[in-house]
Ligand binder design. Structure first.
Ligand code: ZN
Length: 247
């Protein structure tokens, strides 16, 4: 099954939303050395062998999502998302946070940007790919906002700590980016219209569907963890949660 009914497959706080992406997270040694080892995270890692895990915290409105690992070799946001899960365990948030800490466990295992040779953040508009399954899940769950977390190597594009956003058709994308950039050392990179830079980015597909979305970047070498980069990604996540007053 590539894509199932979430109501059927949600087991407790975890489910799988794509069944072809499974991988052994612990084989990415660098990542594995830097993540918390509580039971919940161990369970998430076990689930990731079977596909893309979705983790849910809270049970109220607003409903927002955090995604990491759409590029498997971008380690800081994947680490930060697990720190966040660890931090929020036992904490009552005011809303619901859906988290995808490793969008493509197989690519994370291989420390690879691509999955089956394809950049999944350029193909979210096309059915049958994991990034499109994530977009479908976002729509099905009536998400109020989405933030997709990445890292960018120095001297690349963008090559700087930043938050991508657009004003049309989801103006709130711009407002979320403004908030995160004021609360962190990130710079806002805004476009007037979603989807003008290239097609098939997850952020753009959400904005085009009327679900406000941003893409957050911190600077780190691909496949590595530059000093302080998971912390900076974590601070972007915290600012995003604060914008929606979840914490
Ligand atoms: Zn990326």
């Amino acid at each position: 099954m590539a894509f199932g009914n979430l109501k059927d497959i949600f087991k407790g706080s975890m489910s799988i939303i794509s069944y072809e992406t499974g991988g052994e997270i612990e084989k990415n040694k660098l990542l594995n050395e830097n993540i918390p080892k509580n039971q919940m995270i161990q369970n998430l890692i076990k689930l990731a062998r079977h596909g893309t895990p979705l983790f849910k915290i809270g049970d109220d409105n607003p409903k927002i999502m955090i995604i990491a690992g759409l590029h498997g070799n971008e380690l800081p946001p994947q680490i930060a998302s697990l720190w966040l899960i660890d931090e929020l365990m036992g904490y009552k948030i005011k809303g619901t946070l859906y988290m995808i800490p490793f969008a493509i466990p197989h690519a994370t295992m291989e420390n690879s940007r691509r999955f089956k040779g394809i950049d999944m953040n350029r193909i979210a508009s096309k059915g049958g790919y994991v990034s499109n399954n994530i977009v479908k899940t976002i729509k099905m769950l009536n998400m109020d906002a989405v933030a997709d977390f990445h890292s960018t190597k120095p001297k690349s594009n963008p090559g700087r700590e930043s938050v991508f956003c657009s004003k049309n058709p989801s103006y709130k994308s711009f407002e979320i980016a403004e908030y995160i950039t004021k609360a962190t050392s990130s710079e806002s990179i805004g476009y007037d219209d979603a989807g003008t830079l290239y097609t098939g980015a997850l952020e753009d597909e959400c904005n085009l569907a009327g679900i406000p979305a941003v893409t957050c970047e911190v600077v780190s070498e691909n496949g590595e963890i530059d000093e302080g980069s998971p912390q900076r990604s974590y601070l972007q996540m915290i600012a995003y949660l604060k914008y929606f007053k979840l914490i």
